[in-house]
Design a protein around this ligand. Structure first.
Ligand code: ADP
Ligand code: AMP
Length: 216
């Protein structure tokens, strides 16, 4: 099953992806995670991506497309994958079509998580992530049992440097101008499904699973 998660920053893509990939046993491919890893390792890719990420801007298409092209060719993607945070521009969506065609595959589901802008701001500024396993929490909406400590691996939780009110504004603007128009692109292909991302985390997961299993 080849799945795409769409939705603005903070819509819950990463949170839901964690659950869906363990349920369907497919790799979770997040371009944001890939850039953050490269950044923490100080690779040339990471240093280049950092220039844009630190401002809340999108990383240029050629860099981003190159990463996804390489990743989708790995053997663990043969049984399917979940793409989270890519494509974010029309050029990326067209490149993905071309990559899928060259691999003789097609996208099965595009799930759009819908969440209002005010709620996104609250979600992003309260987000905390585990340094060790990458699990996502929220200080109010999904708190860990012990403040600052991951429930799953006892790792330390941190706040992303771009999860502050100023950067969030720029990131949401990038989404509105460059990514929201892509919904029409997938609507026209007849594979776009809308999910209310404002419901509780478990309720959203159930709705997504029903859609993926063809029960909704
Ligand atoms: P995205 O990957 O789309 O940027 P995340 O999955 O990281 O979004 O979620 C952003 C924040 O919102 C996190 O702190 C997460 O714990 C919280 N969150 C995610 N889904 C929900 C939900 N359905 N209800 C309340 N909070 C949520
Ligand atoms: P995310 O973790 O999905 O919120 O992404 C964090 C940041 O990484 C974004 O604000 C962008 O700077 C960059 N990024 C992630 N995915 C993409 C993409 N598909 N295109 C351009 N930039 C991206």
């Amino acid at each position: 099953m080849n799945i795409l998660f769409m939705g603005p920053p903070g819509a819950g893509k990463g949170t839901q992806a964690e659950r869906i990939v363990s349920e369907f046993n497919i790799p979770h491919i997040s371009t944001g995670d890939a850039f953050r890893l490269a950044k923490s390792q100080g690779t040339p890719l990471g240093l280049e991506a950092q220039k844009y990420m630190d401002q809340g801007l999108y990383v240029p298409d050629d860099i981003t497309i190159g990463i996804v092209r390489e990743r989708l060719q790995q053997p663990d993607c043969e049984q399917g994958f979940l793409l989270d945070g890519f494509p974010r521009t029309t050029a990326q969506a067209e490149a993905l079509d071309e990559i899928m065609k060259s691999l003789g595959r097609e996208l099965n589901h595009v799930i759009n998580l819908k969440v209002d802008r005010d709620l996104l701001l609250a979600r992003l500024t309260g987000r905390r992530i585990c340094k060790s396993c990458g699990s996502t929490y929220h200080v109010m909406f999904n708190p860990p049992q012990v403040d600052g400590v991951c429930d799953k691996c006892q790792g330390e939780l941190y706040q992303r440097t771009d999860d502050n009110a100023e950067k969030v504004g720029t990131r949401l603007d990038e989404y509105v101008t460059k990514t929201a128009p892509l919904l029409e692109y997938y609507e026209a292909k007849g594979i776009l499904r809308q999910v209310d991302g404002e419901k509780e985390i478990d309720a959203v997961s159930q709705e997504i699973q029903s859609l993926l299993r063809g029960k909704a």
